[in-house]
Ligand binder design. Structure first.
Ligand code: URA
Length: 239
């Protein structure tokens, strides 16, 4: 990989910034100062230093984003800003969202360049649990909990038994959580529509065993810790 690309991948700055570090003679490869930004390096074997500090090359990168409404879960879009646009300390071109949230849905979204993890979490065979907090127009009751447990039949598929919990009911607005094991298009909205109720606010709060950091404000993101990455990988047992 080119030296400037590798340094940008490692978050030392934009391509322009790292090029200027290289030209200033701040970068050494295997003990030699390198002033050519297109110099080829092997991130795993070459010893690269920037301003006296060893560069630790990371092949994969993982972010937790508290997605705001108004952003598309994609890498490019002709009309709307994308969730990747929110990650402004990122200079790699291979970052993508793992899964999709609707444009008006908020909450936990993982962005990474790790295709294997994406497959593990998104494959329909893996039944990765996802928990949503929702505000529902209408009074959600025990009968609805039973219907969700039985498995809601949508036009194109029958949902697995899902756990619906009622948190609060006030003024015909119910606050609930729902745990689902698929990731079909508009799934939560369609499940409530099936029981003649409408979702008026939706936020994902958990994926697998990883919960959204409650201190992460809407639109904010941060790197996952190793322990969080383990929790995200580790499937919980489906009852
Ligand atoms: N279900 C929905 O209806 N929308 C989402 O964004 C996620 C799950």
């Amino acid at each position: 990989m080119r030296l400037d690309k590798l340094l940008a991948h490692c978050d030392y700055g934009s391509r322009k910034t790292v090029k200027s570090y290289i030209r200033q003679g701040l970068v050494c490869v295997n003990g030699t100062v390198i002033k050519k930004d297109d110099y080829h390096v092997d991130g795993f074997h070459d010893k690269i230093m920037i301003d006296g500090e060893y560069v630790h090359y990371e092949k994969y990168i993982y972010y937790m984003l508290n997605k705001p409404a108004g952003y598309i879960s994609a890498t490019h879009d002709d009309y709307y800003p994308t969730v990747v646009d929110l990650i402004d300390d990122y200079y790699r071109d291979d970052l993508f969202p793992i899964g999709r949230l609707d444009i008006d849905t908020e909450g936990l979204l993982i962005l990474s360049n790790d295709g294997k993890l994406a497959h593990e979490l998104l494959s329909p065979k893996k039944h990765c649990p996802k928990v949503y907090f929702a505000k529902i127009n209408g009074i959600v009751d025990e009968k609805d909990i039973d219907k969700f447990l039985q498995g809601i039949k949508l036009e194109d598929f029958t949902c697995q038994s899902s756990k619906l919990k009622i948190l609060n009911v006030d003024d015909c607005i119910s606050e609930v959580t729902v745990e689902i094991y698929e990731g079909k298009f508009h799934q939560v909205k369609r499940m409530f529509h099936f029981i003649n109720k409408e979702v008026i606010y939706l936020k994902r709060i958990q994926m697998n065993n990883l919960e959204l950091d409650k201190y992460l404000k809407i639109g904010e993101y941060r790197r996952l810790t190793d322990e969080e990455l383990d929790r995200l990988r580790n499937q919980s047992v489906i009852q």
